[in-house]
Design a protein around this ligand. Structure first.
Ligand SMILES: C[C@H](O)[C@H](O)[C@H]1CNC2=NC(N)=NC(=O)C2=N1
Length: 98
């Protein structure tokens, strides 16, 4: 199991992410795409990775908006697995969101 990291330190390296409004230690990012097709295409790409690495985002989608929350349930905190997922998401949305 990976150890929980300090959320403030994690956020220092992820400028597009914020502390989640959640009782658990977690990070969040809101993404706005051109339309539903772009949003769902993004979710599909992330879902394929999540399944492969067995680490799953908590998220919701309304039309072109996707709310993502990352935390590691097994560690009760934010770990390197969340940082890796956040970096993958940041790369996947580059040029697709403002
Ligand atoms: C049994 C399975 O490997 C675990 O429940 C995995 C699945 N996906 C997971 N996803 C997230 N975000 N945190 C976890 O701790 C986690 N654990």
């Amino acid at each position: 199991m990976t150890a929980a990291l300090d959320v403030t330190e994690v956020l220092a390296g992820l400028p597009d992410w914020r502390r989640a409004d959640d009782p658990r230690p977690a990070i969040a990012r809101t993404l706005r795409f051109a339309d539903f097709n772009a949003a769902f295409g993004f979710m599909t790409r992330v879902a394929l990775l999540a399944d492969k690495v067995d680490h799953h985002p908590e998220w919701s989608n309304v039309y072109n908006r996707v709310e993502v929350l990352l935390t590691t349930h097994d560690a009760d905190g934010v770990t390197e697995r969340d940082v890796a997922m956040a970096r993958f998401i940041d790369a996947a949305v580059k040029g697709l969101v403002e």
